[in-house]
Each structure stands twice: as structure tokens, then as C-alpha cells.
Design a protein around this ligand. Structure first.
Ligand code: KG4
Ligand code: ZN
Length: 355
């Protein structure tokens, strides 16, 4: 990437990771993350007030560290980008407040951007000194984390992102977290269920695949629902207790994981077929799931779909992807956000930039 590519700092605080990244164009110069997941673990899920307070404490050291790692000063920046939504309102406010203060004092343009489009941008970033990765658009993108389960059709990062479907209830990661709690396993649920599933039989119990019945295909072809699955696991546990039978946790965990993975991959590949786009990008913390990656890899190859999975530290919430989106917007000549913009916890994915 040339030295004339925009140097952008990005701030992410939509959930429980405080992320600050610095990019020059598509090259990641720094990607520093502080997580409050250990504090959240005591409560078995993300508590918004705790997340907001943790962001306040982590923001300044994370920012200083990111500038130090990147080897740049605030005065060198061409622009600042910040997640304006979607996410937890109180958590978002900390990031937006910090970004505004920086932008005003340093006299830099500020871009309030969409978190989900940031996840898609992660696919175009490359490590310092590494070769640039080719931009592969249009693409279908499946974003799965503790906060979102969204299926997108991305033709252009800056101005053409379409929501194909999303979860109607729990996010995929949330389903892992809640099911882990039902099974008495620790938070975060994804890794605990993975560990428990290691010696389980994924075909032991046929748990429901939400919104895949023929009657759902018309209205909810690309939407997801995990609440029925969670209830089915709860009923299974209750029945085992009532019968005095030992609960085969490994089988329950493996069968649950199989149901989630099956629905995610089936719908994502259906979206590729229906839109005629032979590319699928995965993003979000649930991508840490080995079974998801394996099933997606296998079935994408069989369907002639090229699968892209960014490095894991760019899949989870991070500041580099937000900085990367800011750089795309600067390059496209987009006008910065107005100084009075606020956070939008339900910002629609079609809105890449807050005016
Ligand atoms: O993207 P992420 O770090 O940010 C938030 O949404 O905050 O995603 C965290 C989510 C949690 O719900 C966690 O249970 C899930 O990702 N997760 C996993 C795995 N590792 C983390 N889900 C399934 N399998 C995993 N191995
Ligand atoms: Zn996210």
C-alpha cells in the first residue's frame, strides 16, 4: 500500500471489546484489544453497564498502545473512524465520545460507521509488510457473534450492502452462551460447548433447525431463529432429570452444535446460490468454532463457492476493521459525519456511514 493511502485510526466499543486499530489504506499498523469478557463471565453474559464502565477504563490505555504500536502520532492521522452502531447504546457512547474528543482537539475528520460493515471490511485487510489480499466483491457475508447473526449481500463496502436475513431472536453466539448455561458449562459458551462436544456424537439427538421448514421458506428464507433449539435442549435436560437418567452432556453439546452449524451453513450457501454470487465470507466470534469452519469449508467446496475467513483477531470485534472502513470512505471521497451525530444501537446495515 502506498504512503499516500489514508492513515486512519478506528475505535470499536459496541459490545465487550474495546478495540483501537490503525491502518494505512488496507495495511494494519496496529490492532489493540482490551476485553471485559472475564468480568462478564461472573454473570454468564454481557451486562451492558459493566461493558460501558470497562470501555471507559480501557479506552485511554488502548488508544495510547495502538498509536505506540503503529508508530504514529495523532497529528499524523488523516481521519478517525468509530463504530456508531449497531450495538449496546452505553458501550457505543464511550467510543463515540472518545472519538469526538480526539477529532475535535486534533482537528481531524470523523466517520461514524456501521459495525457490521466493519466486519466485512476485515476481509480486505492485511498485516504490516504482508502482501495485499485481493478484494473479492460482490460477496455473501455471514456474520455470527454474541451480538449478531446476519446474512448480507455486499456489492460495494461504501454504498451497497444489503441485508438478506438476520436472527429473529438469539444471536448464534448467544445461543451457545445460553445453552452452555443450561448444561452447567461456563461462559463464554462457545468454547465450553466445543470442549464438551469433543467426545460427543453429533447425530445422537436430532435437535430442530429453526426456520428451515417449507412453510418458513417464503418469509424467512434467510432469517435465523435459535430460541426453539434452546428450548429443545432445555426439554431434553428436564426429561433426563425427570427420568433419573444420566445426562450425556457430550452428545447434547455435539448435537446442539451440529444443529447451529447446519442451519448457518445451509442458509449461507442457499444465499450464494440464489444471488448467483459464488463467494462466502465468514466473520464474528463464532467463527472460532472448528466445526463451523470445517462444515463450511466442505460444503462450500462442494457447491463451487469460494470461502473466505479472515485471521481470527480480525474476525472478532476489533478497531482495525473500523479503521479499514474509515480508510475506504476517505478513499471514496465520502463526507465525514456531522459533529452532532449520536449512537444508533439498531443502525441498519444498509447505512454504512452516519451523516
Ligand atoms: O465476536 P465476538 O468476540 O463478540 C461479541 O459478540 O461480543 O463473539 C463472542 C461470541 C460469544 O457468544 C462466544 O460464545 C462465541 O462468540 N464463541 C464461540 C466460540 N468461541 C467464541 N461460539 C462457538 N464456538 C466457539 N468456539
Ligand atoms: Zn461484531
Amino acid at each position: 500500500m502506498s504512503a499516500s493511502a489514508p492513515l486512519v485510526l478506528g475505535i470499536e466499543s459496541s459490545c465487550d471489546e474495546t478495540g483501537v486499530g490503525v491502518v494505512r489504506g488496507r495495511e494494519v499498523l496496529a490492532n489493540v484489544i482490551a476485553s471485559s469478557v472475564d468480568e462478564q463471565a461472573r454473570y454468564g453474559g454481557v451486562v451492558p453497564e459493566i461493558a460501558a464502565r470497562a470501555h471507559l477504563e480501557a479506552m485511554r490505555p488502548t488508544l495510547e498502545r495502538a498509536l505506540e504500536v503503529a508508530g504514529v502520532g495523532i497529528a499524523d492521522l488523516d481521519a478517525i473512524a468509530v463504530t456508531a452502531g449497531p450495538g449496546l447504546a452505553g458501550a457505543l457512547m464511550v467510543g463515540v465520545g472518545a472519538a469526538k474528543a480526539l477529532a475535535v482537539t486534533a482537528g481531524k475528520p470523523l466517520y461514524g460507521v456501521n459495525h457490521l460493515v466493519g466486519h466485512v471490511t476485515a476481509d480486505q485487510l492485511h498485516a504490516r509488510g504482508a502482501e495485499a489480499v485481493p478484494v473479492e466483491l460482490p460477496t455473501v457475508a455471514l456474520l455470527v457473534s454474541g451480538g449478531h447473526t446476519s446474512l448480507l449481500l455486499v456489492r460495494d463496502l461504501v454504498d451497497d450492502v444489503e441485508l438478506l436475513g438476520e436472527t429473529l431472536d438469539d444471536a448464534a453466539g448467544e445461543a451457545f452462551d445460553k445453552t452452555a448455561r443450561l448444561l452447567g458449562l461456563p461462559y463464554p459458551g462457545g468454547p465450553s460447548i466445543d470442549r464438551a462436544a469433543a467426545d460427543g456424537d453429533p447425530a445422537a439427538i436430532r435437535f430442530p433447525r429453526g426456520l428451515t421448514a417449507p412453510k418458513d421458506r417464503a418469509r424467512h428464507r434467510f432469517d435465523f431463529s435459535f430460541s426453539g433449539l434452546k428450548t429443545a435442549v432445555a426439554r431434553h435436560v428436564e426429561r433426563a432429570e425427570a427420568d433419573g437418567a444420566a445426562l450425556a452432556i457430550g452428545d447434547v453439546a455435539a448435537s446442539f452444535r451440529e444443529a447451529v452449524v447446519d442451519v448457518l451453513v445451509t442458509k449461507a450457501l442457499d444465499a450464494c446460490a440464489e444471488t448467483g454470487v459464488p463467494r462466502l465470507l465468514l466473520g464474528g466470534g463464532v467463527v472460532a468454532n472448528r466445526r463451523l469452519r470445517d462444515v463450511a469449508t466442505e460444503r462450500a467446496a462442494a457447491a463451487g463457492v469460494r470461502l473466505r475467513i479472515p485471521p481470527f483477531d480480525l474476525c472478532t470485534d476489533n478497531g482495525a476493521m473500523i479503521a479499514g472502513l474509515g480508510a475506504r470512505l476517505v478513499e471514496a471521497g465520502a463526507a465525514p459525519s456531522g459533529s452532532g451525530f449520536g449512537v444508533d444501537s439498531t443502525l441498519p446495515v444498509g447505512q454504512v456511514l452516519i451523516p
